[in-house]
Design a protein around this ligand. Structure first.
Ligand code: PEP
Ligand code: CO
Length: 443
Protein backbone atom coordinates (compact mmCIF):
# COMPACT_ATOMS: atom_id res chain seq x y z
CA UNK A 1 0.00 0.00 0.00
CA UNK A 2 2.98 2.39 0.28
CA UNK A 3 2.89 4.95 -2.45
CA UNK A 4 5.88 6.41 -4.28
CA UNK A 5 5.97 8.37 -7.56
CA UNK A 6 7.02 5.14 -9.30
CA UNK A 7 4.83 2.62 -7.43
CA UNK A 8 2.55 2.57 -10.53
CA UNK A 9 5.24 0.42 -12.15
CA UNK A 10 4.15 -2.56 -10.01
CA UNK A 11 0.58 -2.41 -11.37
CA UNK A 12 -0.96 -3.49 -14.66
CA UNK A 13 -0.51 -0.62 -17.09
CA UNK A 14 -2.25 0.11 -20.38
CA UNK A 15 -1.84 2.73 -23.12
CA UNK A 16 1.94 3.05 -22.74
CA UNK A 17 4.35 2.94 -25.69
CA UNK A 18 7.07 0.31 -25.90
CA UNK A 19 10.34 2.20 -25.91
CA UNK A 20 12.94 0.26 -27.88
CA UNK A 21 15.85 1.77 -25.95
CA UNK A 22 15.35 1.45 -22.20
CA UNK A 23 18.60 3.25 -21.34
CA UNK A 24 17.54 6.26 -23.43
CA UNK A 25 14.18 6.32 -21.62
CA UNK A 26 15.85 6.22 -18.20
CA UNK A 27 18.21 9.00 -19.23
CA UNK A 28 15.33 11.22 -20.44
CA UNK A 29 13.28 10.57 -17.28
CA UNK A 30 16.38 11.40 -15.21
CA UNK A 31 16.90 14.69 -17.04
CA UNK A 32 13.22 15.61 -16.80
CA UNK A 33 13.34 15.00 -13.06
CA UNK A 34 15.92 17.72 -12.65
CA UNK A 35 14.29 20.39 -14.85
CA UNK A 36 12.35 23.22 -13.21
CA UNK A 37 8.64 22.51 -12.74
CA UNK A 38 5.90 24.22 -14.78
CA UNK A 39 3.54 25.09 -11.93
CA UNK A 40 3.84 25.62 -8.19
CA UNK A 41 2.32 23.83 -5.23
CA UNK A 42 0.52 26.95 -4.02
CA UNK A 43 -1.16 27.39 -7.40
CA UNK A 44 -2.24 23.75 -7.22
CA UNK A 45 -3.67 24.31 -3.75
CA UNK A 46 -5.45 27.47 -4.87
CA UNK A 47 -7.08 25.58 -7.73
CA UNK A 48 -8.18 22.92 -5.27
CA UNK A 49 -9.89 25.54 -3.14
CA UNK A 50 -11.55 27.03 -6.25
CA UNK A 51 -12.78 23.53 -7.15
CA UNK A 52 -14.16 23.18 -3.63
CA UNK A 53 -16.00 26.50 -4.14
CA UNK A 54 -17.35 25.28 -7.49
CA UNK A 55 -18.65 22.09 -5.88
CA UNK A 56 -20.55 24.30 -3.42
CA UNK A 57 -22.03 26.36 -6.27
CA UNK A 58 -19.95 29.46 -5.61
CA UNK A 59 -17.95 29.24 -8.83
CA UNK A 60 -18.20 27.67 -12.27
CA UNK A 61 -15.36 25.79 -13.97
CA UNK A 62 -14.63 26.23 -17.67
CA UNK A 63 -12.12 23.61 -18.78
CA UNK A 64 -11.31 23.66 -22.47
CA UNK A 65 -8.79 23.43 -25.24
CA UNK A 66 -7.54 21.09 -27.91
CA UNK A 67 -8.07 17.36 -27.91
CA UNK A 68 -4.32 17.11 -28.40
CA UNK A 69 -1.68 19.79 -28.59
CA UNK A 70 1.05 19.30 -31.15
CA UNK A 71 4.60 20.62 -31.11
CA UNK A 72 3.90 22.47 -34.36
CA UNK A 73 0.92 24.28 -32.78
CA UNK A 74 3.09 25.83 -30.06
CA UNK A 75 2.76 29.23 -31.76
CA UNK A 76 1.89 32.62 -30.35
CA UNK A 77 -1.11 33.23 -32.61
CA UNK A 78 -2.76 29.89 -31.84
CA UNK A 79 -2.15 30.26 -28.11
CA UNK A 80 -3.51 33.81 -28.08
CA UNK A 81 -6.64 32.86 -30.01
CA UNK A 82 -7.34 29.98 -27.65
CA UNK A 83 -7.04 32.31 -24.67
CA UNK A 84 -9.32 34.81 -26.38
CA UNK A 85 -12.13 32.35 -26.89
CA UNK A 86 -11.83 31.04 -23.31
CA UNK A 87 -11.89 34.60 -21.99
CA UNK A 88 -14.92 35.51 -24.10
CA UNK A 89 -16.75 32.39 -22.97
CA UNK A 90 -15.95 33.05 -19.34
CA UNK A 91 -17.22 36.60 -19.68
CA UNK A 92 -20.55 35.27 -20.96
CA UNK A 93 -20.62 32.69 -18.14
CA UNK A 94 -19.72 35.14 -15.37
CA UNK A 95 -22.38 37.55 -16.56
CA UNK A 96 -25.07 34.92 -17.14
CA UNK A 97 -24.46 32.67 -14.14
CA UNK A 98 -23.56 35.52 -11.77
CA UNK A 99 -20.59 33.52 -10.59
CA UNK A 100 -16.87 33.81 -10.87
CA UNK A 101 -15.40 31.45 -13.39
CA UNK A 102 -12.31 29.29 -12.94
CA UNK A 103 -10.57 28.84 -16.29
CA UNK A 104 -8.62 25.63 -16.86
CA UNK A 105 -6.93 25.12 -20.23
CA UNK A 106 -6.40 21.75 -21.84
CA UNK A 107 -2.95 23.06 -22.68
CA UNK A 108 0.74 23.31 -21.73
CA UNK A 109 1.10 19.52 -21.63
CA UNK A 110 -1.83 17.88 -23.45
CA UNK A 111 0.54 15.95 -25.70
CA UNK A 112 -0.36 12.26 -25.13
CA UNK A 113 -3.35 10.41 -26.56
CA UNK A 114 -4.90 7.02 -25.75
CA UNK A 115 -5.50 4.83 -28.81
CA UNK A 116 -7.95 2.02 -29.46
CA UNK A 117 -5.21 -0.25 -30.87
CA UNK A 118 -1.44 -0.49 -30.33
CA UNK A 119 -0.73 -0.71 -34.03
CA UNK A 120 -2.10 0.70 -37.26
CA UNK A 121 -2.09 -1.17 -40.58
CA UNK A 122 -2.17 0.52 -43.98
CA UNK A 123 -1.69 -1.25 -47.32
CA UNK A 124 -0.30 -4.31 -45.60
CA UNK A 125 2.20 -2.33 -43.46
CA UNK A 126 1.79 -2.44 -39.67
CA UNK A 127 3.35 0.27 -37.48
CA UNK A 128 2.94 1.40 -33.87
CA UNK A 129 -0.03 3.77 -33.44
CA UNK A 130 0.58 7.50 -33.13
CA UNK A 131 0.20 8.26 -29.40
CA UNK A 132 0.61 12.01 -29.45
CA UNK A 133 3.67 14.23 -29.88
CA UNK A 134 4.87 13.28 -26.40
CA UNK A 135 5.55 9.78 -27.74
CA UNK A 136 6.05 9.67 -31.54
CA UNK A 137 5.22 11.49 -34.78
CA UNK A 138 2.00 11.12 -36.79
CA UNK A 139 3.50 10.39 -40.24
CA UNK A 140 2.96 6.81 -41.33
CA UNK A 141 6.61 5.78 -41.57
CA UNK A 142 8.54 3.31 -39.45
CA UNK A 143 10.93 6.03 -38.36
CA UNK A 144 8.23 8.51 -37.27
CA UNK A 145 6.33 5.96 -35.25
CA UNK A 146 9.24 4.77 -33.09
CA UNK A 147 8.57 6.01 -29.53
CA UNK A 148 11.32 8.54 -28.81
CA UNK A 149 12.07 9.45 -25.16
CA UNK A 150 13.68 12.75 -26.24
CA UNK A 151 10.10 13.85 -26.86
CA UNK A 152 9.54 13.92 -23.08
CA UNK A 153 12.04 16.78 -22.92
CA UNK A 154 10.71 18.51 -26.04
CA UNK A 155 7.17 18.39 -24.62
CA UNK A 156 8.39 19.87 -21.35
CA UNK A 157 10.05 22.75 -23.23
CA UNK A 158 6.97 23.44 -25.37
CA UNK A 159 4.72 23.30 -22.30
CA UNK A 160 7.05 25.74 -20.54
CA UNK A 161 6.98 28.11 -23.54
CA UNK A 162 3.19 27.92 -23.63
CA UNK A 163 2.70 28.57 -19.94
CA UNK A 164 5.32 31.32 -19.94
CA UNK A 165 3.50 33.12 -22.74
CA UNK A 166 0.12 32.71 -21.05
CA UNK A 167 1.50 34.06 -17.76
CA UNK A 168 3.12 36.99 -19.59
CA UNK A 169 -0.10 37.91 -21.38
CA UNK A 170 -2.11 37.75 -18.17
CA UNK A 171 0.42 39.76 -16.16
CA UNK A 172 0.56 42.31 -18.96
CA UNK A 173 -3.17 42.97 -18.68
CA UNK A 174 -4.44 40.92 -21.63
CA UNK A 175 -7.19 39.43 -19.46
CA UNK A 176 -8.20 42.73 -17.83
CA UNK A 177 -12.00 42.93 -17.74
CA UNK A 178 -11.73 46.63 -18.57
CA UNK A 179 -10.33 45.72 -21.96
CA UNK A 180 -12.42 42.95 -23.50
CA UNK A 181 -11.54 44.44 -26.91
CA UNK A 182 -8.12 42.77 -26.50
CA UNK A 183 -9.91 39.45 -26.96
CA UNK A 184 -11.54 40.23 -30.29
CA UNK A 185 -10.78 37.74 -33.00
CA UNK A 186 -10.46 38.87 -36.60
CA UNK A 187 -13.61 37.11 -37.72
CA UNK A 188 -15.82 38.12 -34.78
CA UNK A 189 -17.68 40.97 -36.56
CA UNK A 190 -19.14 38.49 -39.01
CA UNK A 191 -20.24 35.96 -36.43
CA UNK A 192 -23.99 35.37 -36.15
CA UNK A 193 -23.86 35.98 -32.39
CA UNK A 194 -21.54 38.99 -32.43
CA UNK A 195 -24.30 41.40 -31.37
CA UNK A 196 -25.36 39.23 -28.44
CA UNK A 197 -21.76 38.94 -27.27
CA UNK A 198 -21.21 42.70 -27.62
CA UNK A 199 -24.28 43.33 -25.46
CA UNK A 200 -22.72 41.19 -22.71
CA UNK A 201 -19.43 43.04 -23.00
CA UNK A 202 -21.21 46.40 -22.74
CA UNK A 203 -23.27 45.26 -19.76
CA UNK A 204 -20.16 44.09 -17.91
CA UNK A 205 -18.38 47.36 -18.73
CA UNK A 206 -21.33 49.30 -17.34
CA UNK A 207 -21.43 47.29 -14.09
CA UNK A 208 -17.68 47.60 -13.64
CA UNK A 209 -17.82 51.37 -14.01
CA UNK A 210 -20.85 51.51 -11.71
CA UNK A 211 -19.12 49.50 -8.96
CA UNK A 212 -15.95 51.51 -9.32
CA UNK A 213 -17.90 54.74 -8.99
CA UNK A 214 -19.42 53.41 -5.77
CA UNK A 215 -16.11 52.15 -4.44
CA UNK A 216 -14.24 55.23 -5.58
CA UNK A 217 -11.39 53.12 -6.89
CA UNK A 218 -10.69 50.54 -9.51
CA UNK A 219 -11.54 46.97 -8.61
CA UNK A 220 -8.07 45.53 -8.79
CA UNK A 221 -9.25 42.07 -7.90
CA UNK A 222 -11.52 42.02 -10.95
CA UNK A 223 -8.83 43.16 -13.33
CA UNK A 224 -7.01 39.92 -12.95
CA UNK A 225 -8.09 36.53 -14.08
CA UNK A 226 -6.04 33.41 -13.87
CA UNK A 227 -5.56 30.42 -16.08
CA UNK A 228 -4.80 26.97 -14.79
CA UNK A 229 -3.47 24.09 -16.89
CA UNK A 230 -4.61 20.50 -17.24
CA UNK A 231 -3.82 17.40 -19.24
CA UNK A 232 -4.61 13.70 -19.30
CA UNK A 233 -2.14 11.94 -17.00
CA UNK A 234 -1.50 9.22 -19.53
CA UNK A 235 2.21 8.67 -20.05
CA UNK A 236 3.23 7.81 -16.52
CA UNK A 237 6.99 8.14 -17.11
CA UNK A 238 6.44 11.84 -17.72
CA UNK A 239 4.11 12.30 -14.73
CA UNK A 240 6.46 10.43 -12.40
CA UNK A 241 9.46 12.55 -13.41
CA UNK A 242 7.65 15.78 -12.52
CA UNK A 243 6.30 14.59 -9.17
CA UNK A 244 8.02 16.46 -6.36
CA UNK A 245 8.04 17.25 -2.70
CA UNK A 246 8.25 20.93 -1.82
CA UNK A 247 9.47 22.73 1.30
CA UNK A 248 6.94 23.36 4.05
CA UNK A 249 4.05 21.52 2.41
CA UNK A 250 3.08 17.94 3.07
CA UNK A 251 2.71 15.45 0.26
CA UNK A 252 3.80 15.02 -3.34
CA UNK A 253 2.78 17.37 -6.11
CA UNK A 254 2.64 16.75 -9.83
CA UNK A 255 4.23 20.02 -10.88
CA UNK A 256 3.81 19.52 -14.63
CA UNK A 257 0.19 20.69 -14.44
CA UNK A 258 -2.34 22.02 -11.97
CA UNK A 259 -4.99 19.46 -12.83
CA UNK A 260 -4.23 15.99 -14.23
CA UNK A 261 -7.09 13.69 -15.19
CA UNK A 262 -7.48 9.96 -15.76
CA UNK A 263 -9.00 9.10 -19.14
CA UNK A 264 -11.76 6.62 -19.73
CA UNK A 265 -9.42 3.93 -21.03
CA UNK A 266 -7.08 4.02 -18.02
CA UNK A 267 -9.52 4.17 -15.09
CA UNK A 268 -9.13 0.53 -13.98
CA UNK A 269 -9.23 0.43 -10.19
CA UNK A 270 -6.23 -1.83 -9.80
CA UNK A 271 -4.35 -0.22 -12.68
CA UNK A 272 -1.23 1.93 -12.81
CA UNK A 273 -2.98 5.24 -13.53
CA UNK A 274 -5.18 5.10 -10.45
CA UNK A 275 -2.17 4.00 -8.40
CA UNK A 276 -0.15 7.01 -9.59
CA UNK A 277 -2.97 9.52 -9.09
CA UNK A 278 -3.92 8.35 -5.61
CA UNK A 279 -0.62 9.61 -4.24
CA UNK A 280 -0.48 13.19 -5.47
CA UNK A 281 -1.81 16.31 -3.77
CA UNK A 282 -3.26 17.84 -6.97
CA UNK A 283 -6.97 17.76 -7.65
CA UNK A 284 -7.56 14.69 -9.83
CA UNK A 285 -10.21 14.23 -12.50
CA UNK A 286 -11.63 10.92 -13.70
CA UNK A 287 -13.65 10.56 -16.89
CA UNK A 288 -16.87 8.65 -16.25
CA UNK A 289 -18.42 6.85 -19.23
CA UNK A 290 -21.71 5.01 -19.72
CA UNK A 291 -20.20 1.60 -18.97
CA UNK A 292 -18.87 2.57 -15.54
CA UNK A 293 -21.20 1.46 -12.80
CA UNK A 294 -21.78 3.32 -9.55
CA UNK A 295 -19.63 0.83 -7.59
CA UNK A 296 -16.61 1.50 -9.81
CA UNK A 297 -17.02 5.27 -9.48
CA UNK A 298 -17.38 5.04 -5.69
CA UNK A 299 -14.30 2.84 -5.42
CA UNK A 300 -12.37 5.45 -7.44
CA UNK A 301 -13.48 8.17 -5.01
CA UNK A 302 -12.38 6.02 -2.09
CA UNK A 303 -8.99 5.23 -3.71
CA UNK A 304 -8.18 8.78 -4.82
CA UNK A 305 -9.79 10.78 -2.04
CA UNK A 306 -9.92 8.61 1.09
CA UNK A 307 -9.65 11.70 3.31
CA UNK A 308 -12.74 13.17 1.62
CA UNK A 309 -11.03 16.46 1.01
CA UNK A 310 -13.19 19.07 -0.76
CA UNK A 311 -12.03 20.12 -4.22
CA UNK A 312 -9.82 17.05 -4.63
CA UNK A 313 -12.01 14.65 -6.59
CA UNK A 314 -13.46 15.72 -9.92
CA UNK A 315 -15.84 13.45 -11.82
CA UNK A 316 -16.08 14.35 -15.50
CA UNK A 317 -19.03 12.55 -17.05
CA UNK A 318 -19.00 11.92 -20.80
CA UNK A 319 -21.98 9.75 -21.55
CA UNK A 320 -23.37 10.84 -24.92
CA UNK A 321 -26.65 12.62 -25.51
CA UNK A 322 -28.56 9.36 -25.98
CA UNK A 323 -27.18 7.64 -22.88
CA UNK A 324 -26.84 10.22 -20.16
CA UNK A 325 -30.43 10.00 -18.93
CA UNK A 326 -30.15 6.25 -18.46
CA UNK A 327 -26.70 6.17 -16.84
CA UNK A 328 -25.92 9.33 -14.90
CA UNK A 329 -28.66 9.37 -12.22
CA UNK A 330 -27.56 6.09 -10.58
CA UNK A 331 -23.95 7.29 -10.37
CA UNK A 332 -24.95 10.63 -8.85
CA UNK A 333 -27.26 8.97 -6.35
CA UNK A 334 -24.56 6.56 -5.20
CA UNK A 335 -22.03 9.39 -4.76
CA UNK A 336 -24.59 11.49 -2.88
CA UNK A 337 -25.39 8.59 -0.58
CA UNK A 338 -21.71 7.94 0.16
CA UNK A 339 -21.19 11.56 1.24
CA UNK A 340 -18.04 11.86 -0.92
CA UNK A 341 -17.44 15.50 -1.81
CA UNK A 342 -16.94 15.68 -5.58
CA UNK A 343 -16.88 18.38 -8.20
CA UNK A 344 -19.00 17.33 -11.18
CA UNK A 345 -17.98 18.47 -14.65
CA UNK A 346 -19.80 17.61 -17.87
CA UNK A 347 -17.80 16.63 -20.96
CA UNK A 348 -20.42 16.72 -23.74
CA UNK A 349 -17.83 16.00 -26.43
CA UNK A 350 -16.46 12.48 -26.05
CA UNK A 351 -19.75 10.58 -25.96
CA UNK A 352 -20.96 12.33 -29.11
CA UNK A 353 -18.32 11.56 -31.72
CA UNK A 354 -19.59 10.23 -35.07
CA UNK A 355 -18.20 9.58 -38.52
CA UNK A 356 -19.61 11.82 -41.23
CA UNK A 357 -20.57 10.49 -44.68
CA UNK A 358 -17.21 11.72 -46.03
CA UNK A 359 -15.31 9.74 -43.39
CA UNK A 360 -14.44 12.73 -41.18
CA UNK A 361 -14.82 12.41 -37.41
CA UNK A 362 -17.35 14.98 -36.27
CA UNK A 363 -19.74 16.04 -33.51
CA UNK A 364 -23.09 17.75 -33.94
CA UNK A 365 -23.50 21.01 -32.05
CA UNK A 366 -27.03 20.05 -30.99
CA UNK A 367 -25.80 16.78 -29.45
CA UNK A 368 -23.16 18.67 -27.47
CA UNK A 369 -25.62 21.34 -26.31
CA UNK A 370 -28.24 18.64 -25.67
CA UNK A 371 -25.98 16.61 -23.39
CA UNK A 372 -25.14 19.75 -21.43
CA UNK A 373 -28.77 20.68 -21.05
CA UNK A 374 -29.59 17.20 -19.77
CA UNK A 375 -26.59 17.32 -17.42
CA UNK A 376 -27.89 20.44 -15.69
CA UNK A 377 -31.38 18.97 -15.43
CA UNK A 378 -30.26 15.56 -14.11
CA UNK A 379 -28.05 17.10 -11.44
CA UNK A 380 -30.90 19.35 -10.37
CA UNK A 381 -33.30 16.41 -10.18
CA UNK A 382 -30.81 14.32 -8.22
CA UNK A 383 -30.10 17.08 -5.72
CA UNK A 384 -26.49 17.58 -6.80
CA UNK A 385 -24.82 20.37 -8.74
CA UNK A 386 -23.03 20.60 -12.07
CA UNK A 387 -19.97 22.69 -11.25
CA UNK A 388 -18.55 23.16 -14.72
CA UNK A 389 -17.89 21.92 -18.22
CA UNK A 390 -15.02 20.20 -20.05
CA UNK A 391 -14.83 21.07 -23.76
CA UNK A 392 -12.72 20.57 -26.87
CA UNK A 393 -12.52 23.89 -28.66
CA UNK A 394 -10.22 26.20 -30.52
CA UNK A 395 -9.99 29.91 -31.21
CA UNK A 396 -9.51 29.15 -34.89
CA UNK A 397 -12.12 29.35 -37.62
CA UNK A 398 -12.18 25.59 -38.26
CA UNK A 399 -15.02 23.38 -39.53
CA UNK A 400 -14.85 20.19 -37.49
CA UNK A 401 -18.22 20.04 -35.68
CA UNK A 402 -21.49 20.38 -37.60
CA UNK A 403 -24.36 22.73 -36.72
CA UNK A 404 -24.38 25.89 -34.64
CA UNK A 405 -25.72 29.28 -35.64
CA UNK A 406 -23.95 29.06 -39.00
CA UNK A 407 -25.52 25.63 -39.55
CA UNK A 408 -22.36 23.87 -40.76
CA UNK A 409 -23.17 20.75 -42.76
CA UNK A 410 -21.11 17.61 -43.34
CA UNK A 411 -20.01 19.05 -46.69
CA UNK A 412 -18.79 22.24 -44.96
CA UNK A 413 -16.44 20.14 -42.82
CA UNK A 414 -13.97 19.82 -45.69
CA UNK A 415 -13.39 23.60 -45.86
CA UNK A 416 -11.20 23.89 -42.74
CA UNK A 417 -10.86 20.55 -41.00
CA UNK A 418 -7.54 20.70 -39.13
CA UNK A 419 -7.74 18.36 -36.14
CA UNK A 420 -5.71 15.16 -36.40
CA UNK A 421 -7.60 13.74 -33.42
CA UNK A 422 -11.05 14.77 -32.14
CA UNK A 423 -13.25 17.48 -33.75
CA UNK A 424 -13.29 20.77 -31.84
CA UNK A 425 -15.91 23.47 -31.52
CA UNK A 426 -14.78 26.48 -33.50
CA UNK A 427 -14.77 29.97 -32.08
CA UNK A 428 -18.40 30.74 -32.97
CA UNK A 429 -19.71 27.39 -31.77
CA UNK A 430 -17.80 27.75 -28.49
CA UNK A 431 -19.29 31.15 -27.81
CA UNK A 432 -22.75 29.94 -28.74
CA UNK A 433 -22.31 27.04 -26.33
CA UNK A 434 -21.44 29.48 -23.53
CA UNK A 435 -24.80 31.20 -24.16
CA UNK A 436 -26.55 27.81 -24.11
CA UNK A 437 -24.86 26.91 -20.83
CA UNK A 438 -26.28 30.04 -19.22
CA UNK A 439 -29.68 29.10 -20.58
CA UNK A 440 -29.46 25.45 -19.44
CA UNK A 441 -28.32 26.45 -15.95
CA UNK A 442 -31.39 28.65 -15.56
CA UNK A 443 -34.04 26.15 -16.75
C1 PEP B 1 -10.02 13.22 -24.20
O1 PEP B 1 -10.41 13.92 -23.25
O2 PEP B 1 -9.43 13.69 -25.20
C2 PEP B 1 -10.34 11.78 -24.17
C3 PEP B 1 -9.63 10.88 -24.86
O3 PEP B 1 -11.42 11.52 -23.43
P1 PEP B 1 -11.99 10.14 -22.82
O4 PEP B 1 -10.90 9.56 -21.97
O5 PEP B 1 -13.18 10.61 -22.02
O6 PEP B 1 -12.39 9.29 -23.97
CO1 CO C 1 -10.55 14.23 -27.35
Amino acid sequence: MTWTPDSWQTKPVVQQPTYPDRAALDAAVGTLKGLPPLVTSWEVNRLKSEFAAASRGERFVLQGGDCAESFADCRSDLITNRLKVLLQMSLVLTHGLKKRVTRVGRFAGQYAKPRSTDTETKNGVTLPSYRGDLVNAPEFTAEARIPDPQRLLEAHSRSAMTINFVRGLIDGGFADLHHPEYWDLDWVQHAPLAAQYQATVDAIGDSLRFMETLAGQSLADLQRVDFYTSHEALLLWAEQAQTRQVPRQPGWFNLSTHFPWIGLRTAALDGAHVEYCRGIANPVGVKVGPTMGADWVLALCEAINPQREEGKMVLIHRMGVGKIAAHLPAVIEAVNKSGHPVLWLADPMHGNTQTAGNGLKTRAFDDVAGELQQSFRIHRECGSRLGGVHLELTGEDVTECTGGARKLTETDLERAYKSSVDPRLNYEQALELALKIVDSAAH
